[in-house]
Design a protein around this ligand. Sequence first.
Ligand code: HEC
Length: 143
Amino acid sequence: MNITGISAWLAVPVVAAALASGVAAAPLPPASSAHAPASPPPGNASRGAEVYEAKCGACHSLDANRIGPKHRGVFGRKAGAVPDFHYSDALKKSGIVWNEKTLNTWLQSPVKMVPGTAMGFQLRDAQERADVIAYLKQQSGKH
Ligand code: HEC
């Protein structure tokens, strides 16, 4: 007896039923997704601390320059402003001020935002970006 053949045949109506009910019942995407780039999801600073440790910690810390500049106070500050860190000219001349929106764009793709920057890392997950931005804001004394 061909068991595979029978179970595949049996599965067809099950899948069809799931599609019929599942698709109809699926919630519509939130209307806010239409302008997602301007409105990132709300961030959670304590989850952001873990993201920071795991994804930024290889190059950054709050209080010491490493491959990247130290971060305490970065939120609300002009880009390229840590005096004893050697930034790229591109970032120093960018005129960016770091806030939720600029950090979100930066972390999506530093190279796209500031061609010539020395930071080649991208954080692709929107929630992780929001969380790490909330953490940087908290650690800059901005609540
Ligand atoms: C592979 C190393 C590397 C990783 C990983 C990395 N960065 Fe950077 N970052 C840099 C470098 C290098 C610079 C300086 C860029 C320049 O001078 O153009 C920088 C600059 C920055 C700046 C600008 C700071 C200022 O003083 O203007 C911010 C903000 C920043 N990084 C945030 C992050 C965050 C948040 C993460 C983790 C999600 C992260 N970076 C991960 C290397 C890294």
